[in-house]
Design a protein around this ligand. Sequence first.
Ligand SMILES: *Cc1c(COP(=O)(O)O)cnc(C)c1O
Length: 381
Amino acid sequence: MPGNELIGKEEQVQVADVMKRGVLFRYGFEKRRENIFKTSEFEEKFAEYTEAKYALAVSSGSAAVRVALAALNIGPGDEVITSAFTFIATIEAIVEAGAIPVLAEADNSLNLDPKDFERKITDKTKVVIPVHMFGVPAKMDEIMAIAKEHNLKVIEDTAEACGGFYKDKKLGTIGDIGTFSFDYVKTITTGEGGMVITNEEKLYQEAIYYHDHGHDHKVNTSRGKEKRKHLGFNYRMGELNAAIGLAQLAKLEDIIEEQRKHKTYLKKEISSIEGLKFREIPDAEGDIGAFLFIYFPNQEKKEKFENALHQEGIETGVFAYWHYFANIEPSAYQGKEVHLEMNGQTENLVNRAVLFPIAVRQSEEELKKIVDGIKKASSAI
Ligand SMILES: *Cc1c(COP(=O)(O)O)cnc(C)c1O
């Protein structure tokens, strides 16, 4: 939970700066705000960091996916393919758009399997949402090639991999739109918040309209006198969240560097253990190092290992319930159309995987304790 480990003085200074003028809102109050627009500034800095042309701050990572779908004009009857291994919000956003989620298998990388993605394409498919899960890039070359061939738009759900990249391209800038989350467990946090990035002006404009009730944002016009482009919703970010985002963004590179260091150490120390395999990483240099997954040959061994580890006092991450579609009760969809035909590939991986979250502030001693625990627990199974 990197970003929220580091909330401190810099965030306080930023928030106090907003409170000084008392303008908590991204639009309006021109005189009183003395030309301070934290949300716009956060967007500019985020665009610069991700090397995207445009960035739009929104109220959450879930809102970011919803706004991205709206910008692409996705609605009833449209099918949107995403990975069966994602946080539930990706699927919820598709359902909120009135579209049909179609789930494809994850592969050894625990990200969208390009082959199963291609198999799930129909004449109703409009968009694919690869998700860079737990800090690791999806196989974007393969996914982009298939999307291009079938004329599909690509939204990269980058909520869990802010700052990562794939073959020298920042995650979120490879597809048509990239989305981010700044909630309490993400790499940087704004309390609650999200971001939509794109290189296409038209998509950016549509995203702005949709996230603010369709406001046309005419320059030098008061909000009440602005006209409406079309219906939208309220997914605006407030100035206090953006102020925290500015302080957190300045810490992002250091966060990633620390995480990577810790992950590299753990992998090196446990790599010789027999029967234990690492998650496939499509571009190891682009991994932000936020999590370490290891696989066991079968579920029984994995459960034995995890129990032994817990007895050593070492915690592991809990991930399946909220991140694996099969654990969404059919009744939760409330009769909405969803396509969930699965062949067991993702399930097999999820059942054999153990997750270690990596912290920014993790001492050598703590890391060593994890390594010793893993060694002990794996020799006991
Ligand atoms: C966290 C997350 C979201 C949603 O973000 P919120 O800010 O919590 O709404 C969406 N997609 C993925 C993959 C996530 O991990």
